[in-house]
Design a protein around this ligand. Sequence first.
Ligand code: ARG
Ligand code: ZN
Ligand code: CA
Length: 254
Amino acid sequence: RPSVVDIPVVVHVVHNTPEQDVGEAQIHSQIDVLNKDFRASNPDVDQVPPVWRDLVADVRLQFHLARTDPLGRPTDGITRTRSATADWDTDDLVKFSLSGGHDAWPADVYLNVWVCKLRRGLLGYAQFPGGAASTDGVVVTHSAFGTTGTATAPFDGGRTAVHEIGHWLNLRHIWGDDDEGCSGSDFVSDTPNQAGPNLGSPGFPHVTCNNGPDGDMFMNYMDYTDDAAMFMFTKGQAARMDATLDNARLTLTR
Ligand code: ARG
Ligand code: ZN
Ligand code: CA
């Protein structure tokens, strides 16, 4: 792909309390994080261990709040819906007006991002390419969205949306989703094989699955570490996202 792709985003804020009705500054802070992390211009990229510096990828994606709505009218790229539902699950009900949420905008044109309160401490979830347009996009809990407003440590770095957009572009978890086993794969060749998810902020190196001396790439956005402890995609992951944008999500690049 020769040039940077700029993806229009619609943020659907679905709120039951004033706190859940996140402000514009919080939304813009999230877009800013996406525009740094997907260009490897995040200020913490220099914390990548020297052994992996050559693998750091500029994914060459940018994001902007949509400027026209599905009917061609000017918009700020934000919808706001007051709902009787206090919190939401991963059952996609937040994605439908009929169930108290807000319908997706056409998924071949927009990246849909729903911001609401998720239950059970869930930070976010995403739909992989190839699913129904009506549920396509990512959902992020308001307290892990952006870097200001209701964003709360240790998930106040905007990295939940980065991780979820990784899934939306077909990235798997870096440990291969086999919990603590060494046989799962993320189908990316330049990420070390890793046993299970890492939480918090591990010390380098953290060796599992005979992946020494360098160990797990726990600072990858597709691990489960804290926002301040994750700061890179690899070139292999970027290639996988590129392939998605060339196929299943091609319409979003035009
Ligand atoms: N648990 C979520 C998922 O699997 C997101 C985890 C995001 N991690 C973070 N540090 N923000 O999709
Ligand atoms: Zn995930
Ligand atoms: Ca594994």
